[in-house]
Design a protein around this ligand. Sequence first.
Ligand code: ADP
Length: 432
Amino acid sequence: MHDSFYAELGRLLVIGLVILLFGLLSGVWWLPILIGLGGYIAWHLLQMYKMEEWLHGIARNEQDLGSIWRYIAAYIRRIRHRGRQRKKRISRLLHRFYDTLEAMPDATVILKDELRVQWFNVAAQELLGLDSEARRKERRIGSLIDDAAFRTWLEEGNHDTPLEMPSPADASRLLQVRLVGFGDRQSLLLAHDVTELKRVEAVRRDFIADVSHELRTPLTVVVGYLEMLSEEELPEDIRQALLASRRQAERMQSIVADLLMLSRLEMDEDQAAGAEIVHVPDLLAGLVEDARHLSGEAAHPLNLHLDEELGIRGNEGQLGSAFGNLIFNAVRHTPAGTPIDIFWGREGDGARLLVADRGPGIAPEHLQRLTERFYRVDKSRSRERGGTGLGLSIVRHVLRRHGARIEISSTPGEGSRFVCLFPRERLVKLSS
Ligand code: ADP
């Protein structure tokens, strides 16, 4: 850059010297200055004219330009070339991006402002039934998919939880739909075919339900006979063997009962629980009595704080099982004599059940997984204490059906807190 500038400066200097010389020789100093500057400006004007022609592509050869103008033109040419290269690279990338989306087995729809269709892949045609007109007219996705649940889901705006819905193009297929925002008010609608997954899940659920059901009657008979026999006058070693068998058979009974409960809960997972009025204070008082029996000689002090006027609309059997699991866990997983506090009352505009113990607590890495089926922190200890590993999973399912959720917090060495939070719609004021 500077080379051509210095050359230009040099040229100006030579012109200046010539003007000076003429001025001295002629004795009329202003005339050569006027002619010199005029000529210089005229020359630059001519260069500008040529430059403009070159910029518009009329003149092809930048060599016709003079000094610094040639340099500027060369610089612009380089920038233009770089711009063209970048454009090509971006367009190649874009093609690759669209090719990748096109090859995806999941339906992918790019939506612009107001959820209008901008682009979609072949899978979206097959699974969502979209056609080219939708793209051409940039129609709103809500008006293209005729499914009430889909429209409500779109309007509610809470897209963190995916939606499951039948495929609009083939009702025998089940889709899991997600909406992810990106860029400037753009979104990506993704639909994954989960038909096969759901079928396998249903087979597993039915299998567990059938097996549990089939095991229930023989187990009742076995426990009945073992109970009868243990009342007989028998040698001590046989009596002990019978007692151990009875304990194990009863354990199996509770596993079977939990499995049956869980598979029933899983069957219509999203179905809301019934609307019978559940007298929660009475329910909890009964469960605390059962917990005292379970605690037996361990004599855990059980402190109950109840809002006697607060009830819930829901399913009493399910809620009893969920609350029971939390209270019995506190008894089973804490040392003898450890106090357990149970609170039932209002929380914000909803309701809260808190079961807090001062037992050994749970390490943070387990907290996330506690409500998974058969997840136990210490398998053998849980088994020893009569646990099945299904309790918290049942709690989660029951709460979900009641529009409620569970929050678990724990500090190892200090204790654990299990909180069930119920929404306002479920609350009932009980007459005392
Ligand atoms: P389990 O039948 O084994 O109690 P749950 O699903 O009810 O199964 O609980 C899962 C695991 O969570 C238990 O095995 C136990 O390790 C842990 N847990 C549950 N409640 C408590 C508690 N109050 N204190 C400490 N650990 C607990």
